[in-house]
Design a protein around this ligand. Structure first.
Ligand code: NAP
Length: 290
């Protein structure tokens, strides 16, 4: 299949690579061109497109993996004139559910199928093709996209109409943020009690305290390895989207408020471009009584 991929960052590059390895022809575009150029150097079936419209025109499926709502809206504005009937556009970024609804309606008028399909599973899941994919949009479009999703993820679920994928992802992010805080606090307590934190991870990781956050980010917290798999600035964006959705639903989420404070503190301490595990560095500065 001829596929356009727009946004080849931490997640987009390995995801596009998995489609390339599955035998698809790719046209890749990234705002900072060198990331797309590096990807294209890996395969003869990949070419770099100078702008989003050049990537999208003629492709059977067009993927977007960019940071935030305004980024998706600006890419859609640029590709829309190049799109034609029966093309399939899939947004895998995490953005506002209402924006997906509006984009789906707009593209439907041109006969273009649109899906919101945000993911969970981090950089490792993107590399291994084991992402969790939460999809919103028409059933017929979902069926068309399914063989592509299968190359990117392990658990693919059609959640409902446009925006339902994003709403599911926002629920996911509440659980992600709070389990990360739980992991960071557990390891801080273990250290203050004189324990070897690596042994603590071994001991409790497979029990009731086990979580993706504890087993994947726990070792990084112990090593003070703050290199990004998922930027603090992006989880702050996600929790802003969660707060908007909670407000719209008339819901107060106390744990969300705590996590917004923690990630804002991490940003204030200079960690916005570090990985989410750097919330442990903020905890370290805020929580030590002696
Ligand atoms: P990232 O590394 O910042 O990648 C985003 C890419 O999009 C960058 O390469 C950026 O280019 C490019 N971009 C931005 N605006 C663009 C535009 N208008 N046209 C073309 N390219 C554009 O971020 P990421 O971690 O891959 O995250 C991407 C999305 O996935 C976000 O919505 C994030 O919340 C979500 N997500 C991330 C993770 C994770 O663990 N990282 C997990 C699940 C979901 P530049 O090089 O110019 O910045």
């Amino acid at each position: 299949m001829e596929i356009a991929w727009i946004g080849t960052g931490i997640m987009g590059a390995p995801m596009a690579r998995n489609l390339m390895r599955a035998g698809h022809r790719l046209r890749v575009h990234n705002r900072t061109a060198k990331k797309a150029v590096a990807l294209a150097a890996e395969g003869s079936e990949v070419i770099v497109a100078a702008d989003p419209a050049a990537a999208a025109g003629g492709a059977e499926a067009v993927f977007m993996m960019v940071p935030d709502t305004p980024d998706v809206e600006s890419v859609v504005a640029r590709i829309a004139p190049a799109l034609h009937k029966d093309q399939l556009v899939i947004d895998m970024s995490t953005i506002a559910p209402a924006a997906e609804h509006a984009i789906a309606e707009r593209l439907a008028k041109a006969g273009v199928d649109y899906l919101d399909a945000p993911v969970s599973g981090g950089e490792a899941g993107a590399i291994d093709g084991t992402l969790t994919i939460m999809v919103g949009g028409a059933e017929s479009a979902y069926k068309r996209a399914f063989p592509l999703f299968e190359k990117l993820g392990r658990r693919v679920t059609h959640m409902g109409p446009p925006g339902a994928g994003q709403m599911t992802k926002l629920a996911n992010q509440v659980a992600v943020a709070l389990t990360l805080e739980a992991a960071a606090e557990a390891l801080a307590l273990a250290e203050s009690g004189g324990l070897d934190r690596a042994r603590v991870l071994e001991a409790i990781g497979a029990g009731a305290a086990g979580s993706w956050q504890l087993s994947n980010l726990g070792p990084k917290i112990i090593a003070h390895d703050w290199r990004p798999g998922f930027f603090i600035k992006l989880i702050r964006k996600d929790l802003r989207l969660v707060a908007d959705a909670a407000r719209a639903g008339g819901l107060a989420l106390p744990g969300l408020a705590l996590m917004q404070s923690m990630f804002n503190a991490a940003a204030a301490f200079g960690h916005d471009l570090d990985g989410t595990q750097a919330v442990a560095a903020a905890l370290d500065r805020l929580a030590r009584l002696k």
